[in-house]
Design a protein around this ligand. Structure first.
Ligand SMILES: Cc1cc2nc3c(=O)[nH]c(=O)nc-3n(C[C@H](O)[C@H](O)[C@H](O)COP(=O)(O)O)c2cc1C
Length: 201
């Protein structure tokens, strides 16, 4: 089939994000200027450059108690800082609980039963037992077409890796098994990997 998004897909559910899979989940922690920790998953997320290392995530949609966007975006606008926590398969329930739309003064670490630990380079909490965490300084917030669609870019200024995930000098995904987002309500877990050597290597 072929469809133009402006005309509609005619299917029971929007297939768009099922076509872009699997997506890594950036579990974004921030802190409001009132000192409230915030945590939420974002799967429109990726790394975008090596030197300096940079990441992006995009936030879509409004929230009743914020002016323009969600709590994560509001906090980053105020503080310029955020941390990306990597989500292990074992954290699937806590990750899901932390995605609830809650009033801005609710701390999702407490709500999801997670232990916050202070970041090294930014004034923000991270998920204590996450396999990895990327401490970021926001570089740009880009407004996209449509209502309340924004991309947040950040430079990674500090990187945590859990020691047990480093095997023979490599960060080994099979140790913690990354949780990733598919379309609809579906997820997948990375359990094995294989190598391909590039033609010019
Ligand atoms: C796995 C997963 C991925 C999500 N990805 C996104 C995303 O990429 N962009 C977005 O705006 N919301 C996304 N959401 C929804 C947000 O997590 C949800 O709106 C959350 O309440 C936002 O929290 P905040 O207001 O504290 O930032 C996702 C939810 C889940 C469960």
């Amino acid at each position: 089939m072929f469809y133009r998004p402006e005309d509609g897909h005619g299917l029971p559910h929007n297939p768009f994000n099922a076509l872009i899979t699997p997506r890594p989940i950036g579990w974004i922690s921030t802190r409001s200027t009132d000192g409230v920790n915030n945590l939420a998953p974002y799967s429109f997320f990726n790394g975008v450059a090596y030197v300096p290392p940079q990441v992006m995530f995009s936030t879509t949609g409004d929230k009743a108690d914020q002016d323009n966007g969600k709590d994560s975006l509001a906090n980053i606008r105020e503080t310029g800082e955020f941390c990306v926590n990597v989500v292990a398969a074992a954290a699937q329930d806590a990750m899901n609980v932390s995605s609830a739309t809650l009033p801005k003064d609710v701390d999702e670490f407490a709500h999801a039963g997670l232990t916050p630990i202070e970041c090294e380079t930014i004034k923000c909490a991270r998920v204590a037992d996450a396999p990895a965490a990327l401490e970021c300084r926001m570089t740009q917030i880009v407004r996209l077409a449509g209502e309340t669609n924004y991309v947040v870019f950040g430079e990674v200024v500090g990187i945590h890796m859990r020691d047990d995930c480093i095997v023979n000098g490599k960060f080994d995904a099979t140790v913690y098994q990354p949780l990733a987002r598919m379309g609809y309500r579906d997820y997948t877990v990375v359990k094995d990997t294989f190598e391909l050597i590039r033609p010019d290597e």
